[in-house]
Design a protein around this ligand. Sequence first.
Ligand code: SF4
Length: 908
Amino acid sequence: MSAARPVQPPPRPGGPHSVRGSPVSVALPLPTRGAPSPGRDIPTDSPTDSPTDTHCPYCSFQCGITLVAGSRPATLQPQEDFPTNRGGLCSKGWNATELLDHPDRLLTPLVRAVPGDRSSALRPATWDEALGRVVDGITASQQRYGRDSIGVFGGGGLTNEKAYSLGKFARVALRTAMIDYNGRFCMSSSATAGNKAFGVDRGMPFPVSDIGETAAILLVGANPADTMPPAMQWFDAGRAAGAQHIVVDPRRTSTAQGASVHLRPTPGTDLALANGLLHLAIREGYVDQAYIDARTTGFAAVRAGVRSFWPDRVERITGIAVDDLRRTVQILAEAPSAMILTARGAEQHSNGTDTAQAFINLALALGLPGKPFSGYGTITGQGNGQGGREHGQKADQLPGYRRLDDPAARAHVAAVWGIDPAELPRPGKSAFEMLDAIGTPDGVRVLMVMASNLVVSAPDANRVADRLAALDLLVVSDIFLSETAARADVVLPTAQWAEEEGTMTNFEGRVIHRRQALPPPAGVLDDLQLMIELARRLDRGQYFSADPRTVFDELRRASAGGIADYAGISYERIDAEQGVFWPCPTDEHPGTPRMFLERFPTPDGRARFIRVEHRDPAEMPDADYPFALTTGRLLTQYQSGTQTRRNNARMVPDPCVQLHPDLARGQGIGAGDIVEVRTRRGAARFRAQLDDGIRRDTVFVPFHWGGASNANTLTLAALDPYSRMPEFKVCAAALERVGDSDDTHLLQQVPERPVAVTARRPTRPPSTAARVRSPSRPQSTSPITSSTSKGSRMHTKNRFLQGIYAFTGQGIDKPAVLHADLTYLVPDGSVAQALYFRGGNTSDELVVAVLMRDGVPMRYFPIGAKSDVHIPLRVVEDMEGGTAVELYLAAPDGVSGTVVLDLGLVEV
Ligand code: SF4
């Protein structure tokens, strides 16, 4: 372990002040600067030139780094012995110090030149003026519209101390129910599923090192090779030792390239995949009945629920071949240890909770949770995504993962805070619901945003921007003028990661220490200082502290006895033990690296199976929007890009849309062309990147950009009924090439919003047989575009061999031409595929329709006596240009009747 190298932070105004029942009023000496700094005003007399052990500011892996920040430029090195990254860092981490001295840094508050007029310029202001506008706005709004007219929007990057204080600030200083945070857009589905099944939400119930030890992993919707590369050392160690990894992703990502098996499901079908795997596990005798009997409840209902997910059906829904389904189950079930890990690809759906639940069901049936190097986990995304959702930023939550609607929880936390439980508001609205209600009678009128760029990160971003425009007052605290801050009435500069002290909880549930390496620039407050100053002006300052250690001590008391119990965790223990895993209820408790070894934290100690059903995504591809759009992250960028887009230009690629070459060819798009992606909600532009590893019916865009390339202008705000997670990961989109590779300027021009087109009936009718999509092996069809499609040229055609015909048989073994119309010649340069066959037969005998290819039988379709059939053709074969396709009929000699024949083909 690295020796802790504590620095002596500068004296912080405020000091320790929040003591139960004995609040102390404080007043901060506010910076008085009111003029903009011509450049960075970084003190050169930082507290020390000696190294400071701290953590990367970005993702939930929270790599240990050693920072030297006293001299400029600041430098950093990865900590070789920090137990997660062990000397590894990704490019984001290596470049994190660039932002400390960045010229875009906000160094003074900004206010509108004309109060209330957002078309007027933002101008520098003193803190006194800026905070005065905020407090006046809050006070006036609450007097006129009530306490809940104020909303607070937090972030999953805030330290535990700030997240805790923000929740308390909303409930105690503002006394509003309206607080939620951007983690609702990140982790909420798996968190909800974990709580339902296990009685607790800790993303990974085991240390990351267990990944290197397990014999098999099913990784669903995660791409750690790009999002947290140092984590790959653990995956690589497992693979080197012979572990089999199965990656589920519609794209052949860097992570998928190294896997034993790569499954490419149709976006939005992961739940059906999980149910299908469980069906196979049951059918093939792989379930661990002893484990199920001893440690779980509810299996019978789940077993009945997956009975209908037979492999052929699951193949049709997901596009994953039956053989691959079987192989996946076999690998997981026969391995001596196995994990199922999900991430946003599986979870950011309107059925995200149920999808996570379905994979938990599979893990429980295989007897994995609580066994060595085994279990179910979810890979949290944001830096403090785990801790940020434990201590009160959520609309329904109090610290320690307590519920705001639980009287005992309210009493406990109110006692710690020194208030009457009756003063605590009731649960408020979830993140998107709070945003979407703005401008309505029930909506908030003043919104305070901390560490979140929701104009870029929220779904259906145009709609969110419209809602924000309806606010009476928008206040944003950030380090840069983000797209959201640029729309604000008041912008408040804040401290960066290396300028503050606090704790974070990484994706393993390990509480770590973010040490301060330098003070914030002159004129900048950190968020704890901001909150206490605002609270003081609202006559509630006595309940708050600006000292992070004092706040953490209070958080420990508030969380004591809760699900996420931090009572035994201290800064000193974190330093001495390289982090402490919660729950840790006492000073003597060792912490809990591995959970569920003996029991689950449910009332009866058992995990709960929960039956879940597949549902189609809220929006399916159709004639107007024929492709499945999915979104995600890139290696060099982080979240809304507020920070990483300001890195050195070599770190910032053009925003790209990833397309299969066949799909691009059909749309007349070449590599590097500028492409406009459109959905019913918006349009955005990207540079085309062709990749044959992505499904032919799917396009991928990253969500790190605002302006012309804001991916979330495209996404859909259909919410999961339990977690209120929006459906970020799939919607229907259309494409148009708008420029060639030299037309880079088009990436700066925000496209017009599309004229709304009412959703048509999907070209892929819901579920099972009627859900026609390109099967995964091989994926040879492109989505069907009708000749009436707007904004995209026709690139596929439907062809039919169909009609009603009388016949007289010549022998059941003698197929013969029935009618000249039942012939089709595939045009040169095209490829055709048969999609389905339907047939009906009025005679009293079995007849057989025969699909002929160049005069040779290709498929036989028996139609029973006085019967009909419908046969989806899931095994797709290309028929090249020049191929003669015909339908023949065979019937017993002398038998007469009438047949209805309908063969559907697609021509590409
Ligand atoms: S972004 Fe994540 S993986 Fe990369 S250095 Fe930072 S904490 Fe580590």
